[in-house]
Design a binder for this molecule. Structure first.
Ligand SMILES: [Zn+2]
Ligand SMILES: [Zn+2]
Length: 341
């Protein structure tokens, strides 16, 4: 099958052919119709993350926002059959037995396998997946639109869920990129009043198109005074990986508010403990999502046709170029590869 292969960390992707995988017991073979390109793919390819670099397989097929159709099933697979449309997320497999799995926090599973990191992902014509961890996609959702929900959408959904955001509360999303514009839409669907902060006018325009009740451009100077005039935010979700975004975000919180950490800044962020204590603020961090989170998100999206990721489709052969463009910060919206398109 065709693939865009990462032969070694730090090397450009190579367009080549590898053996089509065969499904083993409990596994399915999925024809990849769409695979989103996530910033994590770039970080894995470049070896940026010390925690994942040692466990990243090479050669590796990247890609963990995989959507397609089951074409073959291995021994003992029930509940999923050839012809089913499924998504394969970052969390490829979890043990179900470790203390974290038992606590319902399988994203922390000690033995987890990660799609497009410790096992091959979706930058290829086919992917092998665990039947237990592939999610059936609702009919209302196009395959290309489903792909980015499997990481970007899931990540913001879990973060908002963990933050305790309630209907009628105020949410501020800082950084309106791939994750941020989905967070605006999911926040609206959860019944919140949603505000967007970014440095770029086109991103703020996107936030407004996604239903934001108000937007603030922080390029010209701090915007916390304007945000405080609204009463402050019950939840501030930082989808940006910028240290400056985090430094400002605490000032947007209402007393008793929650800072939801999603974007990963490369350097440590100083936080005022005086501010934390006087606000009784909470900080919650969130890492992708569990199967339960994914089922809830897909249901939410099925019931709210307004939640749709802004995507641009490209052929699989464009994968090396897409990573380069991402490295140069040239991409707007989510790129979805269509290996059979
Ligand atoms: Zn991702
Ligand atoms: Zn486990």
């Amino acid at each position: 099958m065709k693939t865009a292969l990462l032969r070694e960390i730090g090397q450009p992707l190579e367009l080549t052919e590898i053996d089509t995988p065969q499904p083993g017991p409990g596994e399915v073979l999925v024809r990849v119709d769409a695979c989103g390109v996530c910033h994590s793919d770039l970080h894995l390819a470049d070896g940026d993350w010390d925690m994942l670099k040692p466990i990243t397989k090479t050669p590796l097929v990247l890609g963990h926002e995989v959507a397609g159709v089951v074409v073959d099933t291995g021994e003992g697979v029930t509940g999923i059959a050839a012809g089913d449309r499924v998504g394969v997320p970052w969390l490829h497999w979890t043990c179900g037995e470790c203390e974290f799995c038992r606590e319902g926090r399988e994203v922390l599973c000690s033995k987890q396998l990660i799609t497009g990191c410790t096992v091959d992902g979706g930058f290829a014509e086919f992917i092998r997946a665990k039947a237990s961890h592939a999610a059936k996609l609702p009919a209302s959702l196009k395959t290309e639109e489903a792909a980015p929900l499997l990481c970007a959408g899931l990540t913001v959904y879990r973060a908002l869920k963990q933050s305790g955001l309630q209907s009628g509360q105020r949410l501020c999303v800082v950084g309106i990129g791939g994750l941020g514009h989905l967070a605006v839409q999911v926040g609206k669907a959860m019944g919140a009043s949603v505000y967007g902060v970014d440095l770029a006018e086109d991103k703020l325009k996107l936030a407004t198109e996604c239903g934001a009740d108000g937007v603030f451009n922080a390029a010209a100077g701090p915007v916390h005074k304007e945000i405080k005039k609204l009463g402050g935010m019950h939840v501030v979700l930082v989808a940006s990986g910028s240290k400056a975004a985090y430094e400002s975000a605490l000032r947007y919180l209402r007393k008793g508010g929650t800072l939801a950490v999603v974007g990963m800044a490369p350097e440590p962020v100083p936080i005022s403990t005086v501010a934390l204590v006087s606000l009784e603020a909470r900080i919650v961090a969130s890492s992708v999502g569990t199967r339960q989170d994914l089922a809830e998100l897909l249901d939410l999206v099925d019931r709210n046709p307004s939640i749709r990721c802004r995507i641009e489709t490209r052929p699989l052969s464009a994968a090396p170029e897409v990573l380069d463009q991402m490295r140069r910060g040239e991409l707007v919206g989510r790129i979805v590869l269509t290996p059979h398109g």
